[in-house]
Design a protein around this ligand. Sequence first.
Ligand SMILES: Nc1ncnc2c1ncn2[C@@H]1O[C@H](COP(=O)(O)OP(=O)(O)OP(=O)(O)O)[C@@H](O)[C@H]1O
Ligand SMILES: [Mg+2]
Length: 486
Amino acid sequence: MKLYKKEGNIVQILCFPTENAEKGDYLMIEDSEAGKALIAQVIDVQFAAIPGVLEELLRTLPDGGEPIQGEDIDPMEIAPHITYIQDASLLICKIRATFQNDVLSPSSSWLPSRSQSLIRKLSIPLLLRLANVEGKLPIILGGTKDASLLTIDASTIDGTLNIITGKKGCGKSHLSKLLMVSLLGYGATVVVFDLNGEYSSLGFSADGKRNMYFDKIHALTPSQNFKVAVNQLHLNVVMGILIHALHLPGTSAREFRRMWKQLKDKGNLTLSSLGEAIRNLNCNQHVRDALSSRYHSLVNSGFFTDTPAEATLLEECLLKANDKGGALIVNLKNTSTIDRQIVVEYVLGKLVDSLSSWKLKAAFLFAEEAHLYLRETYWDDIVTRMRHFGLFTTFVTNQPDTIRENIYRQADNIFLFNFTNEHDLDVVSRAARVDAETVRSIARDLPPHHCLTLGRVVHDFPIVARVRTLDLKTMGETRLFFKNMN
Ligand SMILES: Nc1ncnc2c1ncn2[C@@H]1O[C@H](COP(=O)(O)OP(=O)(O)OP(=O)(O)O)[C@@H](O)[C@H]1O
Ligand SMILES: [Mg+2]
């Protein structure tokens, strides 16, 4: 390989047919005289446009199908050289770092010698070692192309905002489960908003036997084994649900607050007494109607109960998870949009309460298709306020444009699966920790189950890996009509 051109942080390298390099590979451009090396990643492979090659190609084309008369005369034996040149390729590489005195620095301001530089492939294990990617809490993500493992450190997803995105069915939820159970294994507290009901069975291995996570996984299905006793509800949590999930206007909200306090003082706070109080409320008809419709939404959700014995104490579950590590899986599969918002509002309210009072040290939140239940203001809250309280979110989606732009800007890690759609690629390239060319060029060619890992987990060296399989009962499969039909 030979250095051909450098423009900004892009280098172009001539690669001969005997040396093979593919998109995603890392190269080391060593200038021994300067005593340093550039580390660059191949982001595109093109044919080398060498003057004269086109002419030669045209000349070798069969002339209208007619056999060419005469003998080939090649006294200097240059024909093999010409073919060699024809097959040469040009590698477009992005400079990722400079390696000098055993340290990596992000600079790309120097120019290696064109004649002296030695270019060789840098294997992923060596790169990972140079970049210090592995740590004390390893999580094996999967295998890379050169049959080595991509192992990240759990501490690099601690305190971070992560995005897992890619086309439908390419393995996003699978990766999210892998990260989730790995965190669980290290004793973390995890909360999952499980839209498709596919996380509840992670306590079982693929053959149906209980696994090491069994005791740590608490599946909560709203209105079945997850209910809230009205007299144990805090007023601010109820108000959060009414205002944000059920859009109760201000005047009615004030009326409700007053009524709630009165009933609480009398020690008669139940669903039925609340209904009765609304019916007998002496106020404007609009206010009563507004309250009445919200009240019915609360009752119909089946999520609230007057029987404390039926209620789930979310704080207790969280505390237990805080001590030994545990995951609360909030199953939102068969829940209507309104009920979903009520439940999410309640869970997030409780989480923030527990975190801000330091009952809970920190929690990892996995949110699948969050735009279906997360209210407007929570997006900003998650990147700012909640993050400082210790709530670290991973968004999982196959529609990248449903995630706010500021989330991309602030994201510390992005796990990117295949995307072919230009618009989707555009959205993801807005992420601050990655350049648009890398995203566009590499994500387009990723096979299923392969993911381009970007950001803090790989110390900003984008790496492609095939996500490893999991011996877990995942229940993520799409239901099919023609399955098992011969
Ligand atoms: N790395 C992997 N190894 C083996 N099987 C995998 C891997 N990744 C995903 N799968 C399987 O592929 C199927 C689809 O994966 P998954 O549900 O994770 O996709 P998804 O991207 O979340 O899809 P959707 O967009 O529909 O939510 C599942 O049956 C899953 O078990
Ligand atoms: Mg999924």
